[in-house]
Design a binder for this molecule. Structure first.
Ligand code: G4P
Length: 522
């Protein structure tokens, strides 16, 4: 098969949701379709107990599970499916966001009983800014949930995206009868078990379906459906692929119901790998030369060897184990031989990979997040990965002042690796670490101690609102602990405002100073 054919077979996506909406349950069902697991209940594990704070070994053990399952791949019909996990719960970190830079589409799960929740909004916004196509699965239809129209309205308003219901539920909870599959023009009947009955629209008036069709719930819903056909948004694959419209599927991951139809429809519609922006313009997946970028580095998977694994998304060409590649940042050539592919329960060596695939490469401490690897003489770099707004800020100091050198070295390396974001106080130097989740601090603390032999103290500064300043407008007298002046890794100035009020007060008082919000998402 040519590189083009292989690329066109790839469907690489992430599933995003708020904790408890049903991501694990749905993922499990998809793995069953792919014959990756034989029975439900295999993927679980992350819930099997909480780890003690700062007990990194335990985190490792926990993560051991989430790492091997952080990329799942399997053949399905004519496709090669790659599902990337987006850790939530206490594992939420910048990695969760960065994973979204490595996928071609996203499945967003919404709990029908709750509607849109905080974590969904955050991840959704990243997708929206990057124009990633979003497919919505509204879950838990077997329970009494909110009205479908209500849920669609909420998606449209809160997330500012058009919706197109691919199917429409008839009743819910105890009255749940099934769905109108608008896309395939059939009624999918819920029998209260795993068996689904498919009735093409034109056969619904046959006598055997009379009981169903004459029920009040069915009648009401058909009226609603007519309204939807007339007044709803038109379906547009073009808008979907631009991330402007989201096809919505209703179902139940647990029952399971509507999952097969959802997956079959989704997988046909979801985009294959598309060209990516680089310093050389758009790079086509079909290009002969292999290229890819690193979006995540997992350190200390094996504490005894201190090795790391860099997760690389293949963007063009064909990867073959042992091939020579160039690290674009340094222009150094080397051989890529220690590579892994991630399957649900084991890590196999990967021999070949194509655009859309994710491979794990052994990292002897040379890679950084965002690095591009290319085959051939001419190197280029893929667009830099965006920085995501930290929500937590902590001041960090070394417990033992004599360890200043190791302290700096450790911080520098962890910043380069993308494990944390560093801000330096100005003019009095202090170190402030920004993160999106507590886990990042736990990992930071543990690694500083174990890899650099430095015990650190972290002092919370609470949530802060970062705003950048132009160099020429910086006046150190205007700032204090409340509105703290710091520099970022590029030596640009920014202020960490204590809260919204402090920010507004400053803006009123100093209207001539431009405050710039540099983060892609807020
Ligand atoms: P997550 O990965 O997004 O955090 O969610 P997960 O799949 O673990 O599901 C969260 C809870 O919701 C689980 O119940 C799960 O069984 C339930 N659930 C998922 N899909 C459906 C559905 O379609 N209908 C209903 N009624 N429930 C659903 P739990 O009691 O928290 O966990 P467990 O003890 O069942 O494992």
């Amino acid at each position: 098969m040519s590189i083009k054919d292989e690329a066109n077979r790839r469907k690489t996506f992430a599933i995003i949701s708020h904790p408890d909406a049903g991501k694990t349950t749905l993922t499990e069902k998809l793995l069953l379709f792919g014959n990756l697991i034989r029975s439900a209940g295999t993927v679980k594990g992350k819930k099997s107990g909480k780890f003690a704070t700062s007990d990194w070994m335990e985190i490792e053990k926990q993560r051991g599970i989430s790492v091997t399952s952080s990329v799942m791949n399997f053949p399905y019909r004519d496709y090669q499916v790659n599902i990337l996990d987006t850790p939530g719960h206490e594992d939420f970190s910048e990695d969760t966001y960065r994973t979204l830079t490595a996928v071609d589409s996203v499945v967003m799960i919404i709990d029908a009983t709750k509607g849109i929740e905080a974590q969904t909004i955050k991840l959704f916004k990243v997708c929206r800014m990057r124009g990633i196509p979003i497919f919505t699965f509204i879950n838990k239809l077997d329970r009494e949930g909110r009205e479908p129209l209500d849920l669609l309205e909420e998606i449209e308003q809160v997330l500012d995206i058009e919706t197109f219901p691919m199917n429409w539920p008839v009743g819910m909870g105890k009255r749940f009868l099934g769905i109108f599959d608008r896309h395939n023009k059939q009624f999918v009947k819920y029998n209260g078990n795993e068996e689904e009955t498919y009735i093409p629209y034109d056969q619904l008036d046959s006598p055997e379906h009379e009981e169903l069709v004459s029920s009040a719930t069915y009648q009401e819903t058909s009226d609603e459906l007519e309204l939807l056909d007339e007044a709803g948004d038109d379906y547009s694959l073009e808008a979907v692929l631009k991330g402007e419209q989201t096809p919505v599927f209703f179902g139940s991951a647990l029952a399971p119901f509507g999952v097969q139809t959802f997956f079959d429809t989704f997988i046909d519609m979801a985009p294959n790998p598309t060209p990516r922006k680089s310093t050389d313009g758009l790079v086509n997946p079909e290009t002969e030369e292999f290229s890819g970028f690193i979006f995540k580095i997992q350190a200390n998977m094996n504490p005894a060897h201190r090795d790391r694994v860099a997760f690389l998304r293949v963007c063009s060409g064909k990867f073959e184990r042992g091939m020579n590649v160039k690290l674009a940042r340094t222009d150094k050539l080397f051989k890529l031989s220690q590579t892994q592919q991630f399957v649900a329960s084991s890590r196999d060596t990967v021999e070949v990979a194509y655009p859309g695939d994710i491979i794990g490469i052994y990292d002897p401490n040379i890679y950084r997040i965002g690095d591009t690897l290319v085959e051939g003489k001419d190197s280029f770099e893929y667009d830099e990965l965006p920085q995501f707004p930290p929500e937590l800020f902590k001041k960090v100091t070394a417990k033992n002042v004599m360890k200043a050198k190791q302290f700096r070295k450790g911080i520098e390396q962890l910043v380069q690796e993308g494990a944390i974001q560093l801000f330096r106080g100005y003019p009095m130097e202090s170190f402030i670490i920004g993160a999106v989740g507590e886990l990042q601090y736990e990992v930071f603390e543990y690694r500083m101690k174990n890899e650099y032999n430095v015990e650190v103290m972290l002092e919370s500064m609470g949530e802060r609102i970062p705003r950048w300043l132009k160099k020429e407008q910086v006046d150190t007298k205007l700032f204090d602990e409340r509105n703290l002046l710091v520099k970022d890794r590029e030596d640009e100035f920014l202020v960490l405002f204590k809260n919204d009020f402090a920010l507004r007060w400053f803006e009123d008082k100093h209207p001539k100073i431009d405050l710039i919000d540099l983060f892609e998402v807020n």
